[in-house]
Ligand binder design. Structure first.
Ligand code: AMP
Length: 586
């Protein structure tokens, strides 16, 4: 496929508002260019690789403007003047640069973009700008517009992973019926380019050849929630209960001497946690392994765990050694996804846990430990376990079905979390994606931010639907910090994947997740979460931000169905809490 044809498709997709039409158009692109399937998913999302290995182009606005000026042989002042007039550097490039007579293939453009991204070191900017300038000259016109947007990280076609999965299915079988198989392959490798190329060149059976492999993250399994230990035992029967650590989800991977660490957002953070890397080499008795677990910081003097926010500070790139000395980590591993050539995800939980214990060399002061486990079919015993975990300062328990496989990338009832809130009758926490903010009044007007517009994720439609406006819970400093971050992803109009009837003062790209505590869920005509036809949606009463959860992807937010389910359980929940208070409940 030629890049100019892809740019034309970008333009068409921008004009499409229905998800079904977008899926159909994307499917057509895949059908037209099966040989480019390995890179098309990245480009459609404005990236240069899968999330765990997508290099940043590394050109700021000024350098991009410089490249445009050089490509068009005009002065930087001329570019600036046009930018003021058109308000978009992409349009400036399109205006100044005629379409090249010999269009470039998508593959060549991708290779050169990666070359720009991977040119680093002293004096790299000159080389980077010149490579990008050359690319602009060799494409020009509409293609230049989209290249500039990719360079700025502003392509924003609104193509989410879920939509791409559907489109791939439609491309191959004409309907979305292949989606579960494609999604399963994707969850094992986190690389849509790999999935697309295998599928389009080898057909559906080629998907079965995709297995977990060290070097590529597996999408983490997520936990559902239920209101009480009794409800858990009723639904799951016999369970394995583990402590719920409140730290940073980390997937550790090992292949011989090589080690990788990935977050829940699939970022490669190997460099940030040297003590875990060393411990994986020393304490994991296997040549190849993929482990799932939670890293928690602790205070060396008191031996107490640190709150999540403190642990999260360890994720940065700089002053790694200093951070290691101040906030050492323990890495609690609770699952085994791959062992010496074998995909363990289909094995039952109990078997995975046993194998995990066989390959972890527990040491008195070792960084890695396996989690404590208690197996029970008794609600009272489970209640006691959770109470003990809370007493120890942990977040609660994660309760697991012993016979369930590892559901990569999915939220299922094989894992159920029980947090402190279940004891506080109605309070519950929600992970909401910020899709906009309001300026606020009075004292807050000075901060330039008064409240947030928070949304849940609706996976079936790949949309973020609003649930609550949240104006409490943060300090002035935190509001300011948040505003700064949000302003960096501010957009002029409602983002394409956001479904909202409320119009905030500022729209932002759905990127940041915050945890919100609320008293109760109510029905509301204002919010779109759960809204069908003329039926009202749902909203939160007395919401306040309890903390930032920037370690989560927007797609990891609380889902629309979870809210509906929680609303349904709310009355039962209250009844049980009352029973407990009256001393007659289990
Ligand atoms: P939540 O973050 O409230 O959705 O709860 C699920 C999260 O709990 C997982 O993503 C893990 O990061 C964390 N977690 C802590 N301890 C465990 C455990 N023993 N098993 C599974 N997840 C755990």
């Amino acid at each position: 496929m030629l890049f100019s044809a892809l740019a034309e498709a970008f333009k068409q997709i921008e004009a499409i508002s229905s998800r079904a039409q977008m899926t159909a158009r994307l499917a057509e692109i895949f059908r037209q260019a099966p040989d480019d399937a390995a890179i098309l998913p990245y480009l459609l999302q404005g990236q240069l690789g899968p999330p765990y290995a997508a290099p940043d182009l590394g050109l700021d606005e000024q350098r991009i403007a410089q490249a445009i000026a050089a490509a068009a042989s005009v002065s930087p002042d001329e570019v600036r003047r046009l930018y003021d007039q058109l308000g978009d550097l992409g349009l400036v490039a399109e205006h100044l640069l005629p379409s090249a007579p010999r269009p470039l293939p998508v593959q060549d453009v991708y290779t050169q973009l990666r070359q720009v991204a991977t040119t680093v070191g002293v004096g790299a900017y000159v080389e980077k700008v010149s490579l990008f300038q050359d690319l602009l000259q060799r494409t020009g016109g509409q293609a230049a517009r989209y290249l500039v947007r990719i360079a700025q990280g502003r392509l924003r076609l609104g193509v989410g992973d879920a939509t791409l999965l559907d489109a791939l299915s439609v491309a191959v079988v004409g309907s979305t019926s292949l989606r579960p198989r494609i999604a399963r392959a994707y969850s094992l490798c986190s690389d849509l380019g790999l999935v697309a190329s295998r599928l389009l060149t080898g057909g559906p059976d080629a998907l079965d050849q995709i297995h977990p492999t060290p070097g590529r993250p597996v999408l983490p399994a997520l936990a559902e929630r239920l209101p009480s230990p009794a409800e858990i035992i009723r639904r799951l029967g016999r369970v394995i209960a583990e402590p719920k650590y409140d730290g940073l989800r980390l997937q550790a991977q090992k292949d011989g001497d090589r080690v990788w660490l990935f977050t829940r957002r699939l970022e490669n953070v190997t460099h940030a946690f040297p003590e875990i890397v060393r411990a994986v080499r020393q304490q994991i008795i296997a040549d190849q392994a993929i482990l799932d677990g939670e890293a928690v910081g602790y205070d060396t003097r008191t031996g107490q765990f640190l709150p999540f926010q403190e642990t999260a500070r360890r994720r940065r790139k700089y002053r790694v050694e200093e951070m290691e000395a101040r906030f050492p980590l323990r890495y609690y591993v609770f699952d085994l996804l791959y062992l010496d050539g074998q995909d363990c995800t289909p094995l039952p939980q109990r078997q995975r846990s046993e194998r995990l214990r066989q390959i972890v060399r527990e040491e008195p002061n070792g960084v890695i430990s396996t989690t404590l486990q208690v197996e029970t079919g008794d609600a009272r015993e489970l209640e006691t376990f959770v109470a003990e975990m809370l007493r120890r300062g942990l977040e609660g328990a994660v309760v697991k079905r012993p016979d369930a496989p590892y559901h990569a990338g999915a939220r299922q009832f094989s894992w159920v979390k029980l947090k402190r809130e279940y004891r506080e009758a109605l309070a519950d926490t929600f992970d909401l994606v910020v899709v906009g903010y309001f300026y606020g009044r009075g004292k807050r007007a000075k901060l330039g931010i008064g409240s947030l517009l928070g949304a849940v994720y609706a996976p079936d439609r790949d949309l973020f639907r609003t649930l609550s406006r949240v104006g409490a819970g943060l300090t002035d400093e935190e509001w300011l910090r948040l505003r700064e971050m949000l302003d960096a992803s501010r957009v002029a109009t409602k983002p394409r994947r956001v479904d909202s009837e409320i119009v905030p003062d500022v729209w932002v790209e759905p990127r940041y997740v915050v945890e919100v505590i609320a008293g109760e869920i109510t029905r509301s005509p204002q919010h779109t979460c759960g809204k069908v036809d003329r039926q009202p949606g749902y909203a939160l009463r007395f919401p306040r931000v309890s903390r930032f959860r920037f370690d989560r992807r927007p797609e990891d937010a609380t889902t629309e169905n979870e809210v509906i389910e929680m609303y349904r359980m709310q009355s039962g929940h209250g009844a049980q809490a009352n029973q407990r208070r009256n001393g007659d409940g289990s």
